[in-house]
Write a protein that binds this ligand. Structure first.
Ligand code: FMN
Length: 180
């Protein structure tokens, strides 16, 4: 139920997760987002199984080469195996000379959230993260991000080992005005 929607705790996600076929269905749903001029300015990269360890090793390698403390390197190595499935959503704007990149990036954000909602609707828990790799030039190279692209998020999908406690939400009074 959307009124009670909440994200999973990234540290309390585990197996099982969607099968490749189930994930394909979720990705089809995720793509049904508002998209000005139908540019489809986003793409997905799926990390499942051992691929999660391989990308974790690449991320750890980046930090290690920078002399980061060992616990940080170890955390990076494990960062993609917290959930059974991780989907990277890449904002990939199309230069058609008239559609603002901002609009296209918003559409990519909508894809991230739609994927999360689709996963929830199918009974999976999930969370939308960026963390440092989304903003790191070296990570971008290892993740195959093009010069005009940006990482909109990593949506981690699986099963929650514990319920996330409810958190305080903004009130309508704080956020809504009515045009007089
Ligand atoms: C673009 C974006 C990036 C986020 N990145 C992180 C992150 O790197 N780490 C994190 O703990 N939460 C991150 N969050 C927040 C979680 O997705 C989530 O919203 C938060 O844990 C609160 O849970 P809720 O969705 O139930 O309100 C991000 C949210 C957004 C929209």
């Amino acid at each position: 139920m959307l009124a009670l929607r909440k994200s999973a705790n990234k540290l309390l996600l585990g197996p099982p997760g969607p099968s490749p076929e189930e994930l394909d269905e979720l990705l089809c749903v995720a793509m049904r987002v508002p998209d000005h001029r139908k540019l489809a300015p986003w793409r997905f990269v799926v990390f499942e199984g051992d691929a999660r360890d391989r990308i974790g090793a690449e991320l750890a390698d980046i930090l290690s080469a920078r002399g980061a403390p060992e616990p940080q390197v170890a955390e990076a190595a494990k960062s993609m195996v917290r959930a059974p499935v991780v989907v990277m959503i890449v904002s990939s704007p199309v230069d058609d000379g008239r559609t603002p990149v901002w609009e296209q990036e918003l559409s990519a954000g909508a894809v991230c959230y739609n994927l999360l909602l689709a996963a929830n609707a199918s009974g999976w828990a999930g969370v939308w993260l960026t963390e440092w790799p989304a903003f790191d030039p070296d990570a971008a190279i290892r993740l195959g991000i093009g010069s005009s692209e940006r990482i909109a998020g990593f949506v981690h999908i699986g099963t929650a080992r514990a319920q996330t406690p409810e958190r305080e939400r903004p009130t309508l009074d704080a956020k809504v005005t009515r045009w007089p």
